[in-house]
Design a protein around this ligand. Structure first.
Ligand SMILES: [Mn+2]
Length: 338
């Protein structure tokens, strides 16, 4: 990676700092894994560092070492505010524009701390003084590893740090199967296992956590799946009533969207999830091949992400959202047939 970035980060860490580390709202495995990985590293260097999440994260990530010390802004906003006000350095991980952190946005905009961005999403904003942005990376966790390696600190990787980064790489690559998984990703993962990451344990703790109600919700989602062969598209809907029926808990719908892509001939899969409390429909997009769901989500559903995985939202009813979605497909017919 770029030596200038390493030099700049080294310069920052050569003196004691008050550091805050922040991932995006609704943090996923890569967001939590990368912030924890960096946090373990900084603590090991004797730095004063705290992770602040914009809101809570799923239970299947709460076993990760150090996760109990993460400050949740929604729950402890005064603690979070005071930490941000005092921060001399703020690391923002796994996102690249401040609109991705919800109510934390104004606090960061008013901060005079030095910002460091480490992220692999497309089209970064330029709020950070030190910007390590690379869309070719499998995960932010892989990038945190690169930083540690660049600083010549691989020997300081503890088993706790290793399992944090391993877990984020595992979740962001769909267990090493997405096209963003490179030989380098496997070399990084090999190094993390060497440094004490218990890989089987990470898989069990993240993926073997089903509850009967979640499996029933999955059954409902799959039953609702609509296949539009003409557009090589499959979409799933879940209404608030359905979520309530199956006792929905945060994180329960994780991975549901991917089932569409397991159908032969389907290259575009979408899930629409109603959120009555926020008055929105949350949408996840996945694709195989060249069809960019990042562009699709940006153009029509206030979202974005990666070429093959993106998120978005809609402020109209779930029925209207579906009609809008269907009405958009004809203009993408050639791309979806490619
Ligand atoms: Mn990520």
């Amino acid at each position: 990676m770029n030596l200038e970035i390493i030099k700049a980060i080294k310069g920052l860490l050569d003196i004691p700092q008050k550091i805050v580390i922040i991932p995006h709202k609704n943090p996923d495995g890569d967001a939590i894994g990368s912030t924890l990985g960096l946090w373990h590293f900084l603590k090991g260097k004797g730095q004063d560092a705290t992770i602040i999440v914009p809101n809570d994260f799923p239970k299947f990530l709460k076993w990760m070492p150090g996760s109990e010390q993460i400050v949740n802004f929604e729950r402890d906003s005064s603690v979070a505010k005071s930490l941000i006000n005092k921060a001399s350095v703020i690391f923002t991980l796994d996102f690249n524009h401040l609109g991705r952190i919800g109510q934390l946005q104004p606090l960061l905009e008013n901060s005079s701390a030095t910002f460091v961005m480490i992220d692999h999403h497309q089209e970064p904003d330029d709020y950070a003084k030190i910007m390590y942005s690379d869309v070719s990376m499998s995960s932010t966790c892989e990038m945190v590893f690169n930083v540690i390696e660049g600083l010549d600190e691989l020997e300081s990787i503890t088993p706790e740090l290793a399992i944090s980064l391993y877990t984020g790489i595992m979740t962001d690559t769909g267990s090493f199967k997405y096209s963003s998984t490179t030989s380098r990703t496997h070399l990084v993962v090999a190094k993390l296992i060497e440094r004490g990451a218990k890989n089987t344990e990470a898989h069990n703790k993240v993926y073997d956590t089903n509850t009967p109600s979640r499996l029933h919700l999955l059954g409902c989602a799959l039953k609702n799946m609509v296949i539009l062969e003409e557009y090589h598209t499959a979409f799933i809907t879940l209404s608030q009533d359905e979520l309530d029926t199956y006792d929905y808990k945060k994180g329960d719908t994780e991975g549901f969207v991917n089932y569409g892509l397991t159908l032969e001939g389907i290259v575009f899969a979408v899930i629409f999830i109603e959120n009555r409390e926020e008055g929105i429909v949350k949408i996840s997009f996945r694709s195989e091949g060249d069809f960019s769901v990042n562009e699709f989500a940006r153009a029509h559903f206030n979202g974005g992400g990666h070429t093959n995985a993106a998120g978005g939202r809609s402020d109209v009813s779930i029925e209207e959202t579906i009609s809008l979605f269907k009405s958009l497909l004809p203009q993408y017919k050639d791309d979806l047939n490619a």
